[in-house]
Design a protein around this ligand. Sequence first.
Ligand SMILES: [Zn+2]
Ligand SMILES: [Zn+2]
Length: 153
Amino acid sequence: MSDLAAPYRRTGALDGACVCGATRIRVDGDYVAAVGICHCRICRVWSGTITGYFVASHDAVTVEGPVKTYASTPFASRAFCEVCGTNLWLRNNGPDDEYEFVPALFRDADTFPVISEIYCDRAPAYGQLKGDHKRATQAEYEAKNLHVEGRAP
Ligand SMILES: [Zn+2]
Ligand SMILES: [Zn+2]
């Protein structure tokens, strides 16, 4: 993750769960105690509203439960609980790639601030965020990052 995350790097334990409780996630290791919002079409439709993520090192994560994944782009997948449908994480396909977790799964993440917002020019009226965090438009973000929106649902 970018230098933006540097002040928020932590090492420790966080416990998360889906709505039904069948899927439990433990982060025990390195993570970033801050949230990046993404207003891209896939994230918005997937979540049903605006959404964001915090990242955790792949080797810090343990997952138990009936998790399904969906390849939302050629390079990344999204996970959800097969029982209750709670969205869990977004992750690029490399074995060492970090998890980008839906923060609401983890009570301890309630205190994580927003540090970035991408696709900000695509944000819906109901998702306008206040604050002076770093922002990038779709064009600004896609000029520097691998990202394919795919077919707009
Ligand atoms: Zn569940
Ligand atoms: Zn997105």
